[in-house]
Design a protein. Structure first.
Length: 462
């Protein structure tokens, strides 16, 4: 699926509309309709000047995601039906706020980010603390063993910086290592990539944050690990499907298994992560080098070796975070979409919005939906040509998105006859993409208007 994040300018005036989007891989299909998530959104804030448009946009994104979801689930059956039930708008409570805003995933996490800002931290500091919290409250989606893509909008310079701290393949990885057994790319030691999240936090903290001490970003997550975290409905459901794996893994069993009743923990119970708390304390004190080349490195390598990972100390020491200015794409409305290079899928979102630019609203809601869905299908067709820009030549996509001629050609294939195809090739796709999951997204805006959007993932959970 897609990833989607958005950024914007707190001084969003109709005369000077600028706002930023970034994408990577699709978050939170898993959480669609999930009550826990709704409560987390209570800290979603409204900023002076631009609230209505922002929320309309959020609603639009939600609708788009729902539509894509329909399309995907129907693709699976190779037939395309109308929705069978009325799609409701998100059940999230809408708060009105004047200064700062955070959307996060774990119950207590947006509050933790807000606290960081109230102590003098900016959006970057708050994003790090929020992500560290999300990592312990939503351990099946993200965490310090994973990686992230981030966009940072600077309200002073009006520039957007994109950060790629996704995990990387170890140096000893080869293109043939999963050919015999593709499952090994998802489960087990070979599926573990060099983690990027911590190095990423450290780089953005040093370059763009720093209003508060590094240690203070870790304290709230450490306290949660030590005091206990409520099992959410989401976690209970996600664990249920992996109960054997949790039971058979001593470390997971210790945290998530209820020995007294011989079953997985349920809503109403808590879990503690004392070992993670110890690790976070060391990183808070010594910096991320503790993991990448320092006091914890040999322990990390020992654990990795136990599960037959091929990651070496050089892989850890050489891990690099990529920081780049965004690629801007302008729309007729005056909005600018900012995206980083693949593996972020932001450019695909830009492609879709370029195709739809001027096509919406159509004369009726049915045609709106048709055009939107077709534009997504063409966007996803393009996505099959993309890869990590360090290894795959992806320059063509930038030319396509900028080219009016190319975009018009795609538009000419979106017909008011409601024609649609279930052949991936019609949409320019190389292959059929299966569903993927296990991604989380946060948005933070500080009182200056600086905005951070981050999509973070562990890839596959259990
Ligand atoms: C935004 O840019 C200004 C000017 O270069 C700089 O002083 C400030 O620290 C930047 N803020 C962030 C959040 O990057
Ligand atoms: C549950 O696990 C099975 C096998 O491990 C997998 O095939 C299935 O897709 C999983 N379902 C969900 C909802 O994750
Ligand atoms: C780790 O850091 C030390 C110096 O701080 C350096 O000498 C060593 O080469 C580094 N290790 C690796 C594997 O790069």
């Amino acid at each position: 699926m897609v990833v989607m994040s958005s950024e914007h300018n707190s001084e969003f005036k109709s005369s000077d509309q600028e706002f930023a989007f970034l994408s990577s891989s699709m978050p939170r299909m898993d959480s669609y309709g999930n009550t826990e998530n709704s409560s987390n959104l209570e800290t979603l804030m409204q900023l002076e000047g631009f609230p209505l448009k922002f929320f309309l946009l959020l609603i639009l994104i939600t609708i788009v995601l729902i539509l894509v979801y329909y399309q995907k689930s129907h693709d699976a059956d190779h037939k395309i039906n109308d929705p069978e039930f009325q799609m409701s708008l998100s059940s999230m409570p809408m708060g009105l706020y004047n200064k700062v805003g955070i959307v996060s995933n774990g119950g207590p996490c947006s509050k933790i980010g807000v606290d960081i800002m109230s102590k003098g931290g900016n959006a970057v500091d708050a994003a790090i603390a929020t992500l560290l919290c999300d990592g312990v409250v939503c351990p099946e989606y993200l965490g310090i063993g994973g990686g992230f893509l981030m966009s940072i909008y600077n309200a002073t310079t009006k520039k957007v910086i994109t950060v790629n701290a996704r995990e990387t393949a170890p140096a000893a990885a080869s293109t043939s290592m999963f050919v015999k057994n593709p499952k090994k790319s998802l489960y087990g030691g070979l599926a573990v990539a060099v983690p990027g999240a911590l190095k990423g936090f450290s780089v953005v903290y040093k370059l763009y944050g720093g209003g508060v001490p590094w240690e203070s970003l870790f304290e709230p997550a450490i306290q949660l690990c030590e005091n206990g975290i409520d099992i959410s409905e989401r976690l209970e459901i996600n664990m249920r499907n992996s109960s054997d794996k949790i039971k058979n893994d001593p470390a997971l069993r210790e945290c998530f298994y209820d020995e007294e009743y011989s079953r997985l923990k349920k809503v109403g119970q808590i879990y503690k992560l004392p070992k993670l708390a110890e690790t976070l304390k060391i990183i808070a004190k010594e910096g991320v080098d503790a993991i990448y080349n320092g006091s914890l490195t040999s322990k990390v390598l020992k654990d990795l070796k136990k599960i037959k990972s091929i990651i070496t100390k050089e892989d850890l020491a050489n891990y690099d975070v990529e920081v780049k200015e965004s690629f801007p794409v302008n729309l007729k409305s005056g909005h600018t979409i900012h995206t980083g290079p693949p593996p972020s899928s932001g450019i695909i979102l830009a492609y879709i919005l370029r195709v739809l630019d001027g096509l919406l609203p159509a004369s009726n809601a049915g045609l709106d939906a048709h055009r939107m869905v077709e534009a997504f299908k063409f966007g996803y067709g393009e996505r099959t040509h993309l890869g990590d820009h360090k290894f795959v030549d992806v320059s063509e996509i930038y030319d396509k998105v900028k080219s009016d001629c190319y975009i018009n050609d795609i538009r000419s294939k979106i017909l008011d006859t409601y024609f649609t195809s279930s052949d991936p090739k019609y949409y320019g796709a190389d292959y059929h993409m299966s569903e993927n999951h296990g991604t989380a997204n946060i948005i933070v805006t500080d009182s200056m208007g600086n905005t951070v959007v981050c999509t973070s993932t562990l890839n596959t959970f259990l």
